[in-house]
Every structure is written in structure tokens, then in C-alpha cells.
Design a binder for this molecule. Structure first.
Ligand code: ADP
Ligand code: MG
Length: 252
């Protein structure tokens, strides 16, 4: 048995909102070079778990470790410096910035998290397009779209810009909350291909995904949640067959 240090480990993590147990006692490990999935019905705690991992949502109980080191004391703005990037459930691009500048925001977030700059320093010091941005544009297949504005792009391409912005932080862990919601089949296939390419370059990912086919096509390892708790984990094929998972989807 080969044992590696997981990129991220959650130990008995709970997040309660008043009486609502949004996440309850979740323990999981995210391994290098794998795409991990989270499935579960609406309201089962998937987004709250991502919020807890990215420090936007305080833990009620439990421990979070990155590369084996506890990190739950650090600020959300420091997460980029740690190497954790995310995309949100809804598209969050700045409408007045073109594709290149939206992606540059990710690289700037990483730089500022690492160096604690005084305001305005990077306008003076950074090159006009940093290498991380050019690299993110290439890896997400966005060459040719750099000067377009978000409103001029298809939904699928907007999602790719968000992923490029996260990639430009040069992360070790990428968290994606329903990146293919609202996409057609060919846009989904395109995102699946992109995530698998990033996985093949070694990037650890955690993907919240509703579409069973997308999950089967994309993920190496899947966690299933219901009512805030993990109810199953394993290969995608095993998890969809799990009776508890079938009941969670059909039984309410
Ligand atoms: P999912 O992403 O799986 O659909 P969420 O994590 O968004 O589920 O929500 C899990 C539960 O926590 C739901 O019952 C939701 O209403 C509740 N919840 C989420 N965020 C908050 C919040 N900020 N305040 C109160 N309740 C919340
Ligand atoms: Mg959600």
C-alpha cells in the first residue's frame, strides 16, 4: 500500500447555521493528481463544504489540513497564497474587464496573498500580461478571445474564463462548484476534457457535479452527501450503484 500525504484533508468537519446542520462530521482526503467529485441532492451541504474548505464559512467543529498542516486559522484572502483556488456556483466575471484582465485578477490575487503589497504596487511592477495569465489562456483554449468582454461570450466560454482565472493563481487545489450548470452537452464535454487535461498535468480538483454522466466521465473518486453527511465514497461507478445514494436521490 502506497501512502501519500493528501493535498487536503478534512477531519470531522461540521458547519451549523443556527439549528441547520449544513455539514455534519465530514472526513475526506483529496489526493494529488485526482479529480474528486461531490454529488448530493440540493441542500445536502456541497457548497457549504466548499465554503468551509476555502475559509469563507467558519467551521463549527473539525479540522482542515493542507499538505498535512492545519490551516483553519488563516484568512480567506490568504487561500490563494496557500495554493487553493475556486470557481463559484454562479458566473462571477467583471463585465467591464476583457478576458485577459479578468484572468489577470487571479494572478494578482496570488501575488498579493504572497507578498502583502501596499495598494497600487502591482500596477507599477507587474508586466502588462504576466506569464501565468498567458499560460492559463493557453491551457484553457482561450487564445483569440483575450480582447472580448464577458457579455460577448457563450456561457461555456465564460465558464472557461473563470477556470482560467483560477488556474492563473497556479493552484495546487482547484475547487469547482457546479461548473457545468446550465450548459449544453457539447459545452459539458468541453469542460470535462479541460478538467481531465489539468488533472493529467497533476492538478488536484474537487468538483461539485449534478450530472451523473459528467461525473462518470470526469471524476476519479466520488463522495456522496445527504443532509450534510457523507453517505458513500469510492469510484463513480460504485457510488452511483450504492443503495444509500439511490435512496437519497429517489427517496424524497
Ligand atoms: P448544496 O450546495 O448541496 O445544494 P448548501 O451547502 O448550499 O447545499 O446548503 C446546505 C444547507 O445549509 C441548506 O439547508 C441551506 O439552506 C443551508 N445554508 C446554506 N448556507 C446558509 C447560510 N448562509 N445561512 C443559513 N443556512 C444556510
Ligand atoms: Mg450548492
Amino acid at each position: 500500500v502506497v501512502s501519500t500525504t493528501p493535498v487536503l484533508e478534512a477531519r470531522e468537519v461540521s458547519v451549523h447555521f443556527g439549528g441547520v446542520r449544513a455539514v455534519e462530521g465530514v472526513t475526506l482526503r483529496l489526493e494529488p493528481g485526482l479529480i474528486h467529485g461531490i454529488i448530493g441532492p440540493n441542500g445536502s451541504g456541497k457548497s457549504t463544504l466548499i465554503g468551509a474548505i476555502t475559509r469563507l464559512t467558519p467551521l463549527t467543529r473539525g479540522q482542515l489540513l493542507f499538505d498535512g498542516e492545519p490551516y483553519q486559522g488563516i484568512r480567506p484572502s490568504a487561500m490563494a497564497g496557500l495554493g487553493v483556488a475556486r470557481t463559484f456556483q454562479t458566473v462571477r466575471l467583471l463585465p467591464d474587464l476583457n478576458v485577459r484582465d479578468n484572468i489577470q485578477l487571479g494572478a494578482d490575487a496570488e501575488a498579493s496573498a504572497k507578498t502583502r503589497p501596499r495598494p497600487g504596487w502591482y500596477q507599477r511592477l507587474r508586466p502588462s500580461v504576466s506569464p501565468a495569465v498567458a499560460d492559463a489562456i493557453r491551457r484553457t483554449g482561450l487564445e483569440g478571445w483575450e480582447d472580448y468582454y464577458p457579455s460577448e461570450l457563450s456561457y461555456g466560454t465564460q465558464r472557461r474564463v473563470e477556470i482560467a482565472r483560477a488556474i492563473s493563481m497556479n493552484p495546487r487545489l482547484l475547487l469547482l462548484d457546479e461548473p457545468t450548470a446550465g450548459m449544453n452537452q457539447s459545452e459539458r464535454a468541453e469542460i470535462s476534457r479541460l478538467l481531465r487535461d489539468l488533472r493529467d498535468e497533476g492538478l488536484c480538483q474537487l468538483l461539485v457535479e449534478h450530472d451523473v454522466q459528467m461525473m462518470l466521465d470526469t471524476c476519479d473518486y466520488v463522495f456522496a452527501m445527504n443532509f450534510g453527511e457523507l453517505i458513500a465514497e469510492g469510484t463513480p461507478a460504485d457510488v452511483v450503484q450504492n443503495p444509500l445514494v439511490q435512496e437519497a436521490y429517489l427517496g424524497r
